[in-house]
Design a protein. Structure first.
Lengths: 398, 214
C-alpha cells in the first residue's frame, strides 16, 4: 500500500495545500477565539444585567436660560414622571427628594480647622443606593445624621485640593470618624436645630449629598417652608441598559444624564458587533480555505487521473485509490484542529491575563462549545471533501 | 468459469469488413477455463478491444458477453473490482507500469491487493524470466522488452481464472519468449485458468489449444 501513497501523493501541489492549511487554520482560530470571547462577554453582560448592577441612570432636565431667570420650571412634573415610568425600558423610577429649608454644616473640633458651609441634601429610596452600611439609617429623635457623599468629592479633596493647599490627605476610614455639626433652619429667627453629621459611605453611583429618605421627609415636614418644588432629578433603573431606546427617549424629551454609563452600554453593543463581524469574517475565510482544500484535492486527483485509471486497470477499487487522498485530508484537518485549539487556548490565556487587569473575569481555558464547534466544522469539511474525493476518483474508474 | 460471446462486435469494428473473423458477430464464441487460446490478427483488427471488453474496461460493443450465463454489462462496480483481483488478470499491451517505481515495487503494487505471492516467489519468477537483476531499477529506465517481462510477472501475482495477455511478447527475443510463455502456461495450469493470448502473425511456434483468426 505504501507504493500507492507514493504514487498518488507525488502529484500534490505543496503551495495549494499549504495555503489551504494556513487559511483554514487562520479562519478556525478567528472563529474559535471569537466564540470563546463572545461567550465570556455574554456571561459578563448577563451578570451585569441580572446580578450585579442593572444600569442606574440619573436624569435631569437640561438647564436653559429660562430656568436661570425663573421662568421655566426646572423640575419634573407628575405627568412627566408617570410617562417615564411607563416606558418599557424603565424598570424602577424614583424622584429625588431635596431639602425645603436651609441647611448648613460646620466643624466644632479643635483638631480640624474651622469650617462652615451652606449645604443641600437629597434623598432617594435605599434600594437605589450602592452603599450598604449598617449606619445608614435614621430614626426620629436620633441626633446623628448619616450622610453619603460621592466618591468623587473625596477624590477631589485628596488629589486636588489637599496637595495644592498643603493639607493632609484623608483616608475613607478617618473621614467617617469626623463628626461635624449640621444646622437645620426653619422659618423665623431662632427656629433651628443642630444635629451631628457623619459620613458613612461614598457613592460611585449618585453624585449628590445623600441623607436617609426618612430623615429628609421628617425634616421637610418639620422645617420646610420653601415652595414645594418638583423634583429636579430622577433616578431610573433599566434592566437592559444596552437598549438604544433609552438614549433616544432622553434626547427626544430634552432630558440630560451622565452618559458615561450609557456609553459603556454602547461599548458592549459595539463589542458584540465587532465579535459578530469577526465570526462572519472567520466564516468567510473558512469558506474560502475550504474551497481551496476542495480544489487542491480535486486538482491532485485530476493530475493523477492517468495513474488512477492505471491502478483501476490493475484491479484497484476506487475506495482503495481514494485512501491516500482521504489520508492526506485527515492529516491536514487533524493539524488544523490541533493547532487551532492550541493557538486559541494560548490566545485565551493571554486575553484572560489582560482582562484580569481590567477586572474582567474571563475563562482561562477553552469552553466546551469551542471543542464542539471546532470538531463539528472539521467533520463537515471532512465529510464534504471525502465525498468529493470519492466521486472524483470513481469517475476515473471503470 | 466460462466466457461466451454472442454476436459481439465492438462499435468501431462495424466500419470494417469482418466477414472472415472467427469472433466478431459470430453466433457464439466460447472461451473455456483451463484452455489456452491464441487470437491472431494484424494490427487494427480489434485484439485489444476484445480483451478490454472482456476485462470490463470498454462497453462500446453490440451483442452480448456472458460470464457463466451472466451478462457482463450488468456487472456492478464491486463485481468488476473483485473479478480483477480474483478472476481476471491482464498483461497490457501498453504495460501500464509506473515509471518512478522500481520493477519490484510495480509488482508489489499489484501483489499488495491480492497477497498472492511471497517476496521470494516474486524473485523466483523474476529469475525464470531473466529479470532478477533489474528488479530494483526504476521501471522507467528499463528497456521495453524488460518492462514487458515485469508486466508479465506482475499479472501472475494474483489468483485468476482467465489470463488476458495482449501481445505480451512483442519485444522479447524468441529465447526469452519461450521462458516467459512457459512461466505463463505453468501458472495458468497451476491455477486451472484459461489463457487468451493475442498476437500478430508471428507466433506459429507457440503451443496452444485453440487458434482463432480475428
Amino acid at each position: 500500500m505504501k507504493h500507492l501513497y507514493r504514487i498518488l501523493w507525488k502529484d500534490h501541489s505543496r503551495t495549494h495545500l499549504v495555503w489551504a492549511f494556513l487559511g483554514t487554520l487562520a479562519g478556525f482560530v478567528l472563529l474559535l477565539a471569537g466564540i470563546q470571547f463572545y461567550t465570556d462577554l455574554r456571561s459578563i453582560l448577563a451578570e451585569n444585567r441580572d446580578l450585579l448592577d442593572p444600569e442606574y441612570i440619573v436624569i435631569n432636565k437640561k438647564v436653559n436660560i429660562g430656568q436661570t431667570f425663573g421662568l421655566d420650571r426646572p423640575g419634573f412634573t407628575e405627568e412627566e414622571i408617570e410617562e417615564l415610568r411607563r416606558q418599557p425600558f424603565a424598570d424602577r423610577v424614583a424622584p429625588f427628594v431635596s431639602n425645603a429649608f436651609p441647611v448648613s454644616g460646620y466643624t466644632e473640633n479643635e483638631r480640624f480647622p474651622d469650617f462652615y458651609t451652606e449645604l443641600f441634601f437629597e434623598a432617594i429610596p435605599d434600594e437605589f443606593i450602592d452603599v450598604k452600611s449598617e449606619d445608614w439609617q435614621w430614626d426620629q429623635g436620633e441626633e446623628t445624621i448619616p450622610i453619603i457623599i460621592p466618591q468623587d468629592y473625596l477624590n477631589l479633596y485628596n488629589f486636588g485640593f489637599a496637595p495644592s493647599q498643603g493639607l493632609p490627605q484623608i483616608p475613607k476610614g478617618v473621614i467617617s470618624m469626623i463628626n461635624f455639626r449640621i444646622r437645620l433652619k426653619g422659618q423665623g429667627a431662632g427656629n433651628y436645630d443642630d444635629f451631628s453629621g457623619r459620613i458613612v459611605g461614598f457613592s460611585n453611583r449618585i453624585h449628590s449629598i445623600l441623607v436617609p429618605l426618612e430623615f429628609l421627609q421628617w425634616a421637610n415636614g418639620r422645617y420646610g417652608y420653601f415652595e414645594e418644588s418638583s423634583p429636579s432629578k430622577i433616578i431610573l433603573v433599566s434592566k437592559d441598559p444596552t437598549d438604544p431606546s433609552i438614549i433616544r427617549y432622553l434626547d427626544e424629551k430634552g432630558y440630560d444624564t451622565i452618559r458615561e454609563k450609557l456609553k459603556s452600554s454602547r461599548m458592549n453593543i459595539i463589542l458584540k458587533f465587532i465579535i459578530s463581524f469577526l465570526v462572519v469574517v472567520a466564516g468567510i475565510i473558512i469558506g474560502l480555505s475550504f474551497l481551496v482544500f476542495l480544489l487542491s484535492l480535486q486538482l491532485m486527483i485530476s493530475r493523477s487521473s492517468e495513474k488512477i485509471r492505471r491502478l483501476n486497470k490493475l484491479g484497484y477499487h476506487y475506495l482503495e485509490i481514494s485512501r491516500p487522498y482521504v489520508a492526506l485530508l485527515m492529516i491536514l484537518l487533524a493539524g488544523v484542529a490541533g493547532f487551532s485549539f492550541l493557538i486559541t487556548s494560548i490566545l485565551t490565556k493571554q486575553f484572560a491575563r489582560m482582562a484580569g487587569e481590567w477586572n474582567l473575569d474571563i475563562a482561562t481555558s477553552l469552553h466546551g462549545i469551542i471543542y464542539g464547534t471546532g470538531m463539528g466544522l472539521i467533520l463537515i469539511i471532512a465529510a464534504v471533501n471525502v465525498a468529493a474525493i470519492l466521486v472524483n476518483t470513481r469517475k476515473l474508474c471503470h | 468459469m466460462t466466457i461466451r460471446l454472442e454476436k459481439m462486435i465492438p462499435l468501431p469494428m462495424l466500419e470494417q469488413d469482418t466477414t472472415d473473423s472467427g469472433i466478431w458477430e459470430q453466433e457464439s464464441v466460447l472461451f473455456e477455463q483451463g484452455k489456452h487460446y491464441l487470437v491472431e490478427a494484424p494490427s487494427g483488427k480489434g485484439k485489444t478491444s476484445l480483451l478490454s471488453i472482456l476485462y470490463g474496461l470498454r462497453s462500446d460493443y453490440r451483442g452480448t458477453v456472458y460470464l457463466d450465463d451472466q451478462d457482463i454489462s450488468q456487472f456492478s462496480w464491486k463485481k468488476w473490482s473483485r473479478l480483477r483481483k480474483e478472476g481476471f488478470s491482464f498483461i497490457f499491451q501498453g504495460l501500464e507500469l509506473f515509471d518512478n517505481l522500481t520493477a519490484r515495487e510495480n509488482i508489489e503494487l499489484k501483489n499488495s491487493i491480492t497477497g498472492q505471492c511471497s517476496p521470494s516467489r516474486i524473485t523466483e519468477m523474476a529469475s525464470q524470466l531473466g529479470i532478477e537483476s533489474f528488479l530494483n531499477r526504476k521501471a522507467g529506465i528499463l528497456s521495453f522488452g524488460q518492462q514487458q517481462r515485469v508486466a508479465i510477472l506482475r499479472a501472475l501475482c494474483q489468483p485468476f481464472s482467465y489470463l488476458f495477455a495482449d501481445e505480451c511478447f512483442s519485444h522479447i527475443d524468441s529465447q526469452n519468449r519461450e521462458l516467459a510463455y512457459n512461466l505463463i502456461r505453468g501458472e495458468c495450469e497451476r491455477q486451472g485458468a484459461g489463457l487468451i493470448l493475442t498476437s500478430l502473425n508471428n507466433t506459429e511456434d507457440l503451443q496452444t489449444d485453440v487458434r482463432i483468426r480475428l
